[in-house]
Design a binder for this molecule. Structure first.
Ligand code: PMP
Length: 429
């Protein structure tokens, strides 16, 4: 058995001082049980807790750690920036470089503004869409998560889904009633919504590959249809690529599929593990933002020089030829290994994967939407999670989250993981 005494003590102390002992709900491991590990350090694909246990890490800081933890080039870039001062509240050259990188990679992103979190990016996208269209209603999909701004905490995925609170108290009814919820991958429903209510809908916001009910891919034609329907009704299409941006390819799902959303949210990878996110899109929409236009948005630490340095260094590493091919290879290796184990252990489940994002769903053959996700065997997932931890693999502590592979994950790491899963399946009975 692994020793967890120090984590236990810290969690007990933290629980007195911090609600639930954590600063973001899923970290409390409510869905899987057990004591969350307090982390001392991480390097490459390995994360080490305060009791000295090391694990192959598939949380990857929930997405940002795509080049591996504490990559020497990222650390160096941040250290250099640090020496020059941590924050000035004034523009810096790096912000121009990062804006150039982002707009260069995403053709639909003509202008971009940096913010500090994905929540802010999505919140600003909604405000911009409402101002641009002069309409109030927005459409989101059941099980998609776009951060915790009021209009988006309706049938939300991720931690809200894990904890069974997809509709949060504290969101006024007047706000929630302006959010229309549709089923992911259901083209007929979205068409019906627009037929009924099209002139009131400001925007459709979607995770183009969902990560927040576990990984759920769009069916062919679904995103294309969203583009057509929104355009036909004068509504904006917002791709929330906070998770998928620069994770699946250079750019986003939109570059893979050749779809041009009106607005795009980015986060996670583009900040290289520091607090940074972005909202960007069509110039005519972005020009509504203050100080050019009347839509207000601001941030004391927006475009923070340390975060920009980490983001630029991370993106630079992703320009290395073969970077995304390597992530795909490792992903395929893991997927094959896990699929074979499901067969040999005769366990019901499926592996959902896009590139380096993956989820092992228990109890179902496929997950197309939130209804399928809710039908998964979360108790089996919890047992699997605990057994994997025992065998040195640190997974996201919920069935409704994506796991992430980084460029630091070696073939040997994947083999270790598959061997651990073999033992975990055996231990689960
Ligand atoms: N959108 C998506 C698709 C996300 O996955 C997340 C975070 N998991 C967010 C928005 C919110 O980002 P943040 O946690 O940085 O506020």
């Amino acid at each position: 058995m692994t020793t967890t005494g120090t984590s236990e003590k810290l969690f007990a102390a933290a629980s007195q001082l911090i609600p639930g002992g954590v600063n973001s709900p899923v970290r409390a491991w409510k869905a899987v049980g057990g004591v969350p590990r307090f982390i001392r350090r991480a390097s490459g694909s390995t994360i080490t807790d305060v009791d000295g246990n090391s694990y192959v890490d598939y949380v990857g800081s929930w997405g940002p750690a795509i080049v591996g933890h504490a990559h020497v080039k990222v650390v160096k870039a941040v250290a250099e920036a640090l020496k020059a001062g941590t924050s000035f509240g004034a523009p810096t050259p790096g912000e121009v470089d990062l804006a150039r990188r982002l707009t260069g990679a995403l053709p639909a992103m003509q202008q971009v503004r940096l913010v500090s979190s994905g929540t802010e990016a999505a919140m600003t996208a909604i405000r911009l869409a409402r101002a641009f269209t002069k309409r109030a209603r927005i459409v989101k999909f059941d099980g998609c998560y776009h951060g915790h701004a009021d209009p988006l905490l309706v049938r939300a995925g991720s931690g809200a889904m894990t904890l069974g609170v997809p509709d949060s108290p504290g969101v006024p009814e007047a706000t929630a009633s302006q959010t229309v919820v549709a089923r992911f991958n259901d083209r007929d429903e979205i068409e019906a919504r627009f037929r009924a209510d099209g002139e009131h809908i400001a925007a459709v916001i979607v995770e183009p590959v969902v990560g927040n009910m576990g990984v759920v891919a769009p069916q062919p034609g679904f995103l294309e249809r969203l583009r057509e329907v929104t355009a036909a009704h004068g509504a904006l299409l917002i791709f929330d690529e906070v998770m998928t941006g620069f994770r699946l390819t250079w750019g986003g799902v939109q570059t893979l599929l050749g779809i041009a959303p009106d607005l795009t949210c980015l986060g996670k990878v583009i900040g290289g593990g520091l607090p940074l996110a972005a909202i960007g899109g069509r110039t005519d929409v972005m020009q509504l933002l203050a100080p050019v236009g009347p839509v207000y948005q601001a941030g004391t630490l927006a475009g923070n020089p340390l975060a920009v340095a980490a983001g630029l260094a991370t993106l630079e590493l992703l320009t290395r030829p073969g970077a995304y091919a390597q992530l795909e290879e490792r992903g395929a290796q893991l997927e094959e290994g896990l699929r074979a184990l499901l067969r040999t252990h005769r366990r019901a489940g499926c592996v959902a994967r896009r590139g380096s994002m993956w989820t092992l769903f228990f109890g179902v053959d496929a997950v197309r939407d939130a209804r399928d996700a809710r039908a998964t065997d979360t108790a089996a997932f919890a047992r699997f999670f605990a057994a994997m931890l025992e065998h040195g693999v640190y997974l996201p502590p919920s069935q409704f989250e994506a796991a992430f592979i980084s460029l630091a994950h070696s073939e040997a790491d994947i083999e270790t993981t598959v061997r651990a899963a073999d033992r975990a399946f055996a231990a689960m009975g």
